[in-house]
Design a protein around this ligand. Structure first.
Ligand SMILES: Nc1ncnc2c1ncn2[C@@H]1O[C@H](COP(=O)(O)OP(=O)(O)O)[C@@H](O)[C@H]1O
Ligand SMILES: CC(C)(COP(=O)(O)O)[C@@H](O)C(=O)NCCC(=O)O
Ligand SMILES: [K+]
Length: 256
């Protein structure tokens, strides 16, 4: 059975078409990104969607109810399918959610944590580097310990641009080329923003590692995903892995 999976963030949507052969055996047929912006209004959508005729669509959306409705309407129009949107639950697949009000946790964060646990049930720090950067702590025994939300690289750059007179720096061609102290404004910003995110990641990781050591468990894993995940991971000096599809991997666990 072919399934279309969609991860709608605040900047873009990521999608992949998979073949589910049962018993965790999936094959990715094709993948892509949509947007930035209202891709559901575009005249043409990826040709692969029609070509591989998915029988189901499952999605994660953190861009609000109006966007969910627009996605539903367009996909129903183009594929004749209803979209199954993932929801956060107090417990799923052996993971217990830390939020007092589970409906407030971003479903992308939840899916990434579920997928991290499914890959390996040991403690982990899950870092999703998109519009916002989210850090979620997964403790022993599938206990989600909560997390952090900080602005993403683009958001921080735009905040400086909008609210200062003299720190108006355009996005660089390469997201991160150095963390060295800047000797002009562009360098100071382009090196400073990733330094700030990595500082948060490494502190959160070390705190979790400390907790694991106290509990007598092994060092936690560190997983990166999101549009800037690969770039940040390369400059992170804790052992880590990049799992591009972590959020979409979680969809099979909430909507099997
Ligand atoms: N073509 C692109 N358009 C927009 N952002 C991109 C692109 N390629 C890489 N990025 C990076 O991805 C980040 C957004 O990540 P993404 O995971 O797509 O966000 P979200 O999940 O919030 O939609 C941006 O900060 C940007 O640096
Ligand atoms: C923090 C987020 C904006 C991250 O989304 P993204 O950067 O992928 O667009 C999203 O997970 C969200 O809207 N969360 C709800 C608030 C919360 O998790 O507490
Ligand atoms: K994110």
């Amino acid at each position: 059975m072919n399934i279309l999976e969609l991860d709608q963030g605040n900047t873009r949507a990521k999608w992949r078409l998979i073949t589910d052969a049962g018993q965790d055996a999936i094959r990715v047929i094709e993948r892509g990104v949509l947007g930035p912006g209202k891709w559901w209004l575009a005249e043409t959508l990826p040709a692969a969607w029609r070509m591989h005729a998915p029988q189901r669509v499952r999605a994660a959306n953190v861009a609000g109810a109006a966007v969910a409705e627009a996605i539903c309407a367009r996909l129903h129009g183009v594929l004749g399918l209803d979209v199954a949107f993932a929801r956060v639950r107090a417990e799923c697949g052996g993971v217990r959610c830390a939020y007092r009000d589970t409906s407030r946790l971003g479903v992308d964060r939840w899916l990434a944590v579920l997928a991290a646990f499914r890959r390996d049930p040991s403690p982990a720090l899950v870092v999703d580097c998109g519009s916002a950067v989210t850090l979620d702590l997964l403790g022993a025994g599938g206990e989600h310990l909560g997390g952090y939300i900080v602005p993403g690289l683009g958001l921080m750059r735009r905040a400086l641009y909008a609210d200062t007179d003299a720190v108006k720096v355009a996005p660089p061609a390469n997201v991160i080329t150095s963390l060295a102290p800047g000797c002009d404004t562009a360098e100071a910003v382009n090196h400073g923003l990733p330094l700030m995110v990595l500082g948060a990641v490494e502190r959160a990781y070390d705190d979790l590692a400390h907790r694991c050591a106290e509990e007598g468990s092994a060092a936690p894993r560190l997983l990166f995903c999101g549009g800037d995940g690969g770039a940040l991971a390369r400059w992170c000096d804790r052992p880590n892995v990049v799992v591009e599809d972590l959020v979409m991997e979680g969809l099979a666990l909430t909507n099997p």
